[in-house]
Design a protein. Structure first.
Length: 228
């Protein structure tokens, strides 16, 4: 009985070591999450659509401390940057070593979040006047950078302008795992989410390892000018 008890203790302690090691090895980075903040306006005087893409630096308190403009279209860029500067986030969290020991604890950390705004032009199809979107900077490794984006269609049953704030959760392989509308505006929700589903991403990386990320896309719909 004594030998059996001793064997069980050795096995249990070894199992605990393996489980503990596995838990540390698979500890997940928790990305920053949008908590509050207003959306940019739709400039009624604009004669075209536009794309704005931002790499947003969020500190360990959930505050926006810096914004790097990756893609810009006047006059939308300034409006989007001004709004996102006021956003508040739940901070990202990560496991860190405590005093260089093998003990680890989860703490809030700085993070980067990709925020995009897609303004549909006030037409159903065809070219419009105005400036074309222009790439302006390179994304940091810490954001899930958009490789392919899409503009939504204007819903057939809509009779006004609309705006939807969407969230995509992107996995460590860059694939979208879940999407949702944080600020709904029927009937624009469905085309906004349908467009977001077609986006593809390069996975975010923190300390050299791929991590999960959240991406926020604002879809703005202008009522088409039909000339009637």
């Amino acid at each position: 009985m004594a030998s059996r008890a001793a064997w069980f203790l050795v096995f249990a302690s070894g199992f605990g070591f393996v489980m503990g090691t596995a838990a540390r090895a698979t500890a997940e980075f928790v990305p920053a999450q949008y908590r509050a903040g207003s959306l940019p306006p739709i400039p009624i005087a604009a004669v075209s659509g536009g794309e704005v893409v931002l790499d947003v630096h969020v500190d360990a308190a959930g505050r926006v401390v810096d914004i790097n403009v990756l893609r810009s279209t006047p006059p939308f860029t300034d409006l989007v940057v001004a709004a996102v500067k006021q956003w508040q986030f739940l901070p990202a969290e990560d496991d860190v070593s405590s005093n260089g020991a093998d003990l680890r604890r989860r703490i809030p950390v700085d993070a980067h979040v990709l925020v995009a705004a897609m303004y549909r032009p006030p037409t159903l199809n065809g070219p419009t006047l105005g400036d074309e979107p222009r790439d302006q900077g390179a994304p940091s490794d810490a954001v899930a950078a958009a490789l392919l984006s899409a503009m939504p269609v204007y819903p057939a049953d809509a009779v006004s302008d609309g705006m939807v704030l969407t969230e995509a959760q992107v996995g460590t392989d860059g694939r979208i795992e879940r999407i949702g509308a944080l600020r709904a505006d029927p009937p624009f929700d469905r085309p906004a989410l349908d467009a977001l589903r077609s986006w593809t991403f390069r996975p975010a990386r923190v300390a050299g390892r791929p991590v999960a990320a959240r991406v926020y896309v604002i879809f703005a719909f202008r009522q088409p000018v039909t000339g009637r």
